[in-house]
Ligand binder design. Structure first.
Ligand SMILES: [Zn+2]
Length: 443
């Protein structure tokens, strides 16, 4: 009898504990710390504003400030001062006390003129002072999505992006943990624009997919994405050197008719020479650029730079970053070489008639009294808009046009591919399972 009662008491305690735990888990949103802007240094002043005033909160204290603007000055590595709008000192606080700065009522705090949901924290590490936005993951995603994908995209594409961005955030939650926060607000992590960036379409996509993330074998995946694959996604191995089973190269018929599915850009030889030199690749004059080999997706793996003094091999990714990732949109490209002269437009008229001049490859002719004679070691220089150019060293490619497909590294989800899939009626789950192989999507 006693045993039976004891058992049932233990059982009911367990049930209460279980209910309490599951209840508190369900209502607890995950919070993350986002660094806003760059680190500040000693004596920098920053200002925060809130129409309703501020509450400074920590575990044992609440300080109410009925001010719509406060200025924070970093005194040293231990203290900071909060001033009013006229720079009168209100209070001196220790970083160790770890105050959270909240709006007094249901309002947004503005920093640098941009409203942010959640609260702010001030963090100091070795005299680098960080302004941290402490915010729930879901509200953070409200400010991320409009920066990552056009808000006019079909809802299934926006939902796919919401799940990918949520998964990416959780997977990278420790990216800046040694600096004292989780993620930064730039492309290094994900671009985050605060409450001002929000849009009702993307907010709905976040709400409709609340807590859903992408798993591979019960682990949260690295949900990398890019703007457009240009027709073929790339494997993680070919871009970052690590093999990931769900990030493999695959033909992508959904990324053909979108912005940047086709692009081209022309650089003069002089611009390419300078870009290489500015990145520590010291070459004399540029003679030629050749594609040596390609990855399984068709992206340029190795490129050969021929200059008058040497040959340099670079990875396609390295060459792209040297030429500028936003201009030079992908490594899925061909090269067209442009010469200074259209050789067909230049002719010599001799007694035997008209002869075209090939300025191209050392075949230079002179007109002699015995007719046209090829010169074996000519030295001919011309002055053109790029300066003096030696036509006799094959150095007559004045510019290179790179004709490419797609925008970004090509690994994981193609965002314009996702938009096209959504237009064709695919669901967010089908989109994600097309771009990430053998994954499941669940809460
Ligand atoms: Zn970052």
């Amino acid at each position: 009898m006693f045993n039976k009662i004891k058992k049932s008491i233990i059982l009911s305690i367990l049930i209460v504990l279980f209910l309490f735990n599951s209840e508190s888990f369900a209502s607890d949103d995950q919070f993350i710390d986002i660094r806003i802007g760059k680190a500040h240094s000693l004596n920098d002043k920053i200002s925060l504003s809130s129409k309703s005033g501020f509450i400074l909160k920590n575990t044992d204290n609440d300080i109410v400030l009925d001010l719509d603007e406060i200025h924070i000055t970093f005194v040293n590595s231990e203290f900071y001062i909060i001033n009013d709008q006229n720079y009168n000192k209100i209070i001196e606080l220790s970083f160790i006390d770890n105050y959270e700065i909240l709006p007094k009522s249901n309002d947004f705090i503005q920093y640098n003129g941009i409203p942010y949901r959640g609260s702010f924290k001030i963090y100091n590490k070795s005299n680098a002072f960080y302004i941290i936005n402490h915010i729930s993951l879901e509200e953070y995603l409200y400010g991320v999505l409009p920066k990552e994908i056009p808000t006019s995209a079909p809802i299934e594409a926006l939902k796919a992006q919401a799940i990918a961005s949520r998964t990416y955030s959780l997977k990278n939650i420790n990216k800046h943990i040694t600096e004292g926060y989780n993620l930064c607000d730039t492309t290094h992590c994900q671009v985050y624009g605060g409450q001002r960036a929000e849009n009702s379409n993307t907010n709905s996509a976040v709400d409709l997919t609340k807590n859903y993330v992408i798993y591979y074998n019960d682990s949260i995946i690295d949900a990398v994405f890019h703007s457009s694959s240009g027709g073929h996604t790339e494997s993680s191995y070919n871009v970052w050197g690590n093999r990931v089973p769900y990030l493999v190269a695959t033909p992508d018929p959904f990324s053909f008719n979108s912005p940047n599915s086709n692009w081209n850009i022309t650089f003069s030889s002089a611009v390419i020479e300078n870009s290489l030199r500015n990145n520590g690749i010291n070459i004399n004059s540029l003679v030629d650029i050749e594609i040596l080999d390609r990855t399984e997706s068709g992206r340029v793996k190795t490129i050969k730079i021929v200059s008058s003094d040497k040959t340099t091999l670079l990875s396609g990714e390295k060459f792209r970053s040297i030429m500028g990732n936003s201009n030079f949109k992908s490594t899925l490209f061909d090269i067209q070489k442009n010469q200074d002269f259209d050789t067909n437009q230049y002719s010599l008229i001799t007694e035997n008639g008209r002869t075209n001049i090939n300025f191209g490859f050392g075949k230079i002719f002179t007109l002699t009294d015995k007719g046209l004679k090829q010169v074996s070691n000519p030295s001919i220089k011309v002055l053109d808009t790029n300066g003096v150019r030696d036509l006799t060293t094959n150095n007559n490619v004045s510019s290179f046009t790179f004709i490419g497909k797609g925008y970004g590294h090509g690994v994981g989800m193609s965002q314009y591919g996702a938009i096209e899939m959504a237009k064709q009626g695919y669901s967010n789950e089908e989109i994600l399972q097309f771009y990430y192989k053998d994954v499941t999507i669940s809460k």
